[in-house]
Ligand binder design. Structure first.
Ligand SMILES: Nc1ncnc2c1ncn2[C@@H]1O[C@H](COP(=O)(O)OP(=O)(O)OP(=O)(O)O)[C@@H](O)[C@H]1O
Length: 236
């Protein structure tokens, strides 16, 4: 089971989190008492059967959804105690999300897609441009600023998705099946980008995946089963 003795120092700490959904009038419990502790700078792969609650967990970590009970802290923010508006503002500053199907706007160029989260910030056009160029360069897309998603491979589109997720320089990167739509080679390239962001830029990453090979790029793997996590033993 997970060691929660480091909860006070953890960057992400869930304590006794409860979450249920009402499906067809019936209350289905996803988590009845979930504890989890993730230190700053960790790269965690979350695996588990379909329907086990992986996306529910990501949505709570993203501040999109709230626990029914229990404590959920990211950094110094108690997400479980924040209202919708506060969580929305928290999201804009502290975390980025990478989606399985990239979620890019087709009528915008790569640079314009990446710039979107910055439009909410008090930055000049020039400052936005500098940041966009920097992250596109980081993900290996320098020179492709003006390309539209349709002109790019899946792997390149996902690089744009990652650039958009980090352009506001969040500490936390949440990835929902980031390689689920890619062939092995493109998937490994994307995972290498994520590993770089974790190693070199010290982003804390929580990545949901069904792919055991993808999970090997993370520092550790947690298996979600019946509402609780079990950490996978790694052979050195
Ligand atoms: N907004 C919602 N309203 C009602 N039920 C929901 C909602 N979100 C998730 N559920 C239910 O909660 C359970 C867990 O869903 P979740 O998407 O977190 O699982 P998952 O592990 O991510 O699954 P998969 O691997 O198939 O994506 C499922 O039974 C799902 O139907």
């Amino acid at each position: 089971m997970i060691d929660n003795t480091q909860q006070a120092d953890a960057y992400i700490a869930l304590n006794g989190v409860k979450k249920s959904y009402s499906i067809g009038g019936e209350l289905i419990s996803i988590f009845s008492h979930l504890d989890l502790s993730i230190p700053r700078g960790d790269f965690v792969a979350v695996m588990g059967p379909s329907g086990s609650g992986k996306s529910t967990l990501l949505n709570m970590l993203a501040g999109i959804d709230r626990p029914d009970a229990g404590a959920l802290r990211v950094g110094s923010s108690r997400l479980d105690q924040m209202g919708e508006a506060a969580r929305s503002s928290w999201r804009a500053h502290h975390m980025g999300i990478v989606f399985q199907f990239y979620n890019l706007l087709p009528m915008l160029t790569a640079a314009e897609n990446v710039e979107l989260p910055l439009l909410l910030k008090p930055l000049s056009r020039k400052e936005r441009r500098i940041r966009v160029d920097k992250v596109l360069d980081l993900v290996g897309l320098a020179g492709r600023e003006k390309q539209y998603p349709m002109m790019m491979s899946g792997g390149q589109q996902q690089r744009v998705g990652i650039a958009r997720a980090i352009v506001s320089d969040p500490g936390l990167l949440l990835c929902d099946e980031p390689t689920g739509d890619l062939d092995r080679k493109s998937a490994d390239d994307i995972l290498a980008v994520l590993r770089f962001l974790n190693h070199e830029l010290e982003k804390t990453i929580v990545m949901v995946t069904h792919d055991p090979q993808a999970a090997l790029f993370a520092k550790r793997t947690l298996h979600l089963d019946k509402g609780n996590f079990i950490e996978e033993e790694r052979v050195a």
